[in-house]
Design a protein around this ligand. Structure first.
Ligand SMILES: C[S@@+](CC[C@H](N)C(=O)[O-])C[C@H]1O[C@@H](n2cnc3c(N)ncnc32)[C@H](O)[C@@H]1O
Length: 340
C-alpha cells in the first residue's frame, strides 16, 4: 500500500468514527482505495471496488472482495481515493458522479500534499455544496449535492484513451507519463535501437509499452517473445493496443516486487524502474526491480536500465551482476547495461 493510500484510509477511519458524520450506507462504490479498518464503518453489503493496481487488487481479494476495472452501475455512495494526477481525478469525478443515485453521496479523500487545494476547487465546481474536513494530513470532501451535469460529461470525456501528441502511443490519464514520453525512456530507446536482440526478454514495469515497442522495432532482431510485466491494468491495456501489430508479446498484470513468473529465464531485460516514494530514502522499489532482473536473467543475459542520475543503484548492480557499464548519460538520466 502506498504511503498516500495509507494516509487516506486512516483519514477515512477518523472521519467516519465522528458521531456528527452521517454513517456511510447504501449501495457503495470504492474508487482505488485499499481495505482496512475504515471499512468497518460502512453500513452496506459488500461494496463494489474499482482497482487498477495489481497489489491493491490482491489486498481486496484477500479481504474477500473481487475488484472491478469498470462499472456502469448506479450507487448511493461513492468513496473516491483521489490520486496525484489531476486529469485522472477530473475524469473519475466526471464519469462516476453521473452514476450517483438521486440524493446519492460523494466522498473524496486526498492527502494534503497530493493536490488537495486543486481537488477542492474542482469538486466545488462540480457539486453545488461540499463539506470539507481535515484528518490525518488529508482533506475529505463530503457532499449529497447535485452536480453540474454538462461539466461532469466534459470531465468524463478526459478519461478516453488517446494518443500522446505527435506520437502513435495510446495512453489514458493516471498511468505513468500519460501526456508525454518520458525523457529517460526516450534516452534508453535511442540506445536500444543500436543493439541486437534475440530470444526472449522481459520489460519490467512496462507501462504503455514504450520500451517494448522500441526493442521489437529494432532492425533484424530475432526476438522469440517479450513479456511485459506491469502493475497498472490501464497501462497494460494501452500497451496491448500499442503493440497490436506484434505477435510475440505476452502481457502480465502483476506486482514485480511480489516476484514474476515465467517458465524460462530470459536473455535480456529492459526497464525504467518505478520511482521510489519521496519518503523512501533507501530506494527500495527500484532496487527490488534490479534484484528481480538479476533473478530472471539467464547467466550471460543482459539488463538495460535507465534511471535518474542521482539514484544509487550501482552498488547493488555490482553485487547482483557479473559486470556493468554506462551506456549513456543525458538530461539527468543514466543508461546502464549489466551482464548477469
Ligand atoms: C518509470 S515507469 C516506466 C514505464 C515504461 N517502461 C516506460 O518506459 O514508459 C515505471 C512503471 O512501473 C510500473 N510499476 C510501478 N510499481 C510496479 C510494481 N510493483 N510492479 C510492476 N510494475 C510497477 C508503473 O505503473 C510504471 O508504468
Amino acid at each position: 500500500m502506498s504511503q498516500a493510500t495509507k494516509l487516506s484510509a486512516s483519514a477515512l477511519k477518523y472521519y467516519f468514527e465522528q458521531d456528527e458524520v452521517a454513517k456511510p450506507c447504501g449501495k457503495t462504490l470504492i474508487v482505488q482505495g485499499t481495505p482496512g479498518t475504515w471499512l468497518d464503518y460502512l453500513e452496506c453489503d459488500t461494496p463494489d471496488v474499482l482497482s487498477y493496481l495489481a497489489n491493491e487488487n490482491a489486498q481486496w481479494q484477500q479481504a474477500g472482495v473481487t475488484p472491478l476495472q469498470n462499472s456502469d452501475e448506479k450507487y448511493d455512495l461513492i468513496i473516491h481515493f483521489a490520486t496525484k494526477f489531476a486529469t485522472e481525478n477530473l475524469s473519475s469525478l466526471g464519469k462516476l458522479s453521473q452514476q450517483l443515485n438521486p440524493n446519492g453521496r460523494w466522498i473524496s479523500v486526498v492527502p494534503n500534499k497530493m493536490g488537495a487545494s486543486r481537488l477542492k476547487k474542482d469538486i466545488k465546481k462540480l457539486f453545488n455544496e461540499v463539506e470539507t474536513c481535515s484528518k490525518s494530513k488529508c482533506r475529505i470532501f463530503d457532499t449529497y449535492s447535485t452536480i453540474d451535469a454538462p461539466l461532469a460529461r466534459k470531465w468524463a470525456s478526459l478519461g478516453k484513451i488517446k494518443a500522446i501528441k505527435d506520437t502513435e502511443f495510446l495512453t489514458t490519464p493516471g498511468i505513468f507519463s500519460a501526456e508525454k514520453i518520458d525523457k529517460g525512456s526516450q534516452l534508453l530507446a535511442e540506445i536500444l535501437k543500436k543493439e541486437s536482440f534475440y530470444g526472449s526478454g522481459a520489460d519490467l514495469g512496462a507501462g504503455y509499452g514504450f520500451l517494448s515497442k522500441s526493442v521489437l522495432e529494432t532492425p533484424r532482431n530475432r526476438i522469440r517473445e517479450i513479456v511485459l510485466y506491469e502493475l497498472d491494468k490501464r497501462a497494460l491495456d494501452c500497451a496491448q493496443q500499442n503493440l497490436a501489430d506484434h505477435d510475440k508479446t505476452l502481457f502480465q498484470w502483476c506486482d514485480v516486487t511480489a516476484g514474476t513468473h515465467h517458465e524460462r529465464k530470459f536473455d535480456w531485460v529492459v526497464m525504467n524502474p518505478p520511482f521510489h516514494e519521496a519518503q523512501d530514502q533507501s530506494y527500495e522499489l527500484g532496487k527490488t526491480f534490479i534484484r528481480e532482473a538479476a533473478r530472471i536473467l539467464k547467466p550471460g543475459g543482459g539488463l538495460y536500465l535507465v534511471a535518474n542520475l542521482h539514484l544509487p543503484y550501482e552498488e547493488l548492480i555490482r553485487t547482483e551482476f557479473r559486470s556493468h557499464k554506462l551506456l549513456g548519460e543525458e538530461n539527468g538520466f543514466k543508461c546502464i547495461f549489466a551482464r548477469a
